[in-house]
Write a protein that binds this ligand. Structure first.
Ligand code: ADP
Ligand code: ADP
Length: 230
């Protein structure tokens, strides 16, 4: 069974239909780019798949178990324990060091401080950030801060990583670096990856993509030469 599967997703905000019947399948270790113009429903799809929003209709299943009917509290626990998130910017806590930012989700899911900091140190090293442990986000470059965010998303060894425009605030070369590390390290923990982007070069790092328009998937398929970048 796919790690994450969605069938017939519909989501309305009042009069606005943001999703008009979307199906998605995501296998372990697979990566999916969600593309489309502004307003096409990409963020709404990500939020519904991640259990942040409950769909108006349709089913989301994680490992064969439906999640859209869980309580708010259960969905919150699910997100914390089994998912990782990377956003465009602003997700790091400015008063904490890089190491503390990465260690925090591990501590919130039951690791001791020492275990969490050791795991954080290893992730920072794996992402080329050895030496930045004690810096605060404001003392990091944009690319370094996004790599810290990737480490933070992976330190709990999630089953699915959700990224919304993870390279949106970076120049192209730095963005490619961050995408390569995001795809490689997500695969290394065996997780699946969903990336919302409007950048075809970012999508080229994923092994499949869907193109959205007006809340529908208008094209879907494998990305040729996937996993090697643009
Ligand atoms: P995208 O991520 O592709 O830009 P969104 O999923 O953000 O698209 O939005 C899809 C549609 O739903 C748009 O028409 C947007 O204005 C609308 N929408 C998104 N979020 C809300 C909200 N919280 N309240 C009302 N309308 C929303
Ligand atoms: P994106 O840049 O990913 O398309 P947006 O800037 O459209 O995201 O949306 C940012 C936040 O605002 C999201 O939480 C979204 O749900 C909300 N939002 C988007 N459109 C509307 C809207 N028309 N009314 C209220 N909230 C909205």
């Amino acid at each position: 069974a796919p790690r994450l599967a969605a069938r017939g997703l519909v989501h309305r905000f009042g009069e606005t239909t943001a999703l008009a019947g979307v199906d998605v399948d995501l296998v372990d270790g697979g990566s999916l780019a969600v593309m489309g113009p502004s307003g096409s429903g990409k963020s709404t799809l990500l939020h519904v798949l991640a259990g942040i929003l409950v769909p108006t209709a349709g089913v989301v299943a994680l490992g064969g178990r439906e999640v859209q009917s869980l309580s708010e509290k259960e969905r919150s626990l699910l997100r914390r324990r089994r998912y990782g998130f990377v956003f465009q910017f602003g997700q790091l806590l400015s008063e904490l060091s890089a190491l503390e930012n990465v260690a925090l989700p591990a501590m919130l899911t039951g690791s001791s401080r020492a275990q969490a900091e050791e795991a954080a140190r290893q992730w920072l090293g794996a992402l080329g950030l050895a030496g930045t442990e004690s810096r605060r986000p404001g003392e990091l470059s944009g690319g370094q801060a996004q790599r810290v965010a990737v480490a933070r998303a992976l330190v709990t060894r999630p089953e699915v990583v959700f990224a919304d425009e993870p390279t949106g605030s970076l120049d192209q070369a730095t963005g490619h670096d961050v995408m390569r590390l995001l795809v490689e390290s997500t695969r290394a923990v065996g997780a699946a990856l969903v990336v919302v982007t409007h950048d075809a070069q970012v999508a080229a790092w994923c092994d499949a993509r869907i193109d959205m328009l007006d809340g529908r998937v208008v094209a879907a398929g494998a990305v040729p030469g996937s996993g090697v970048g643009p």
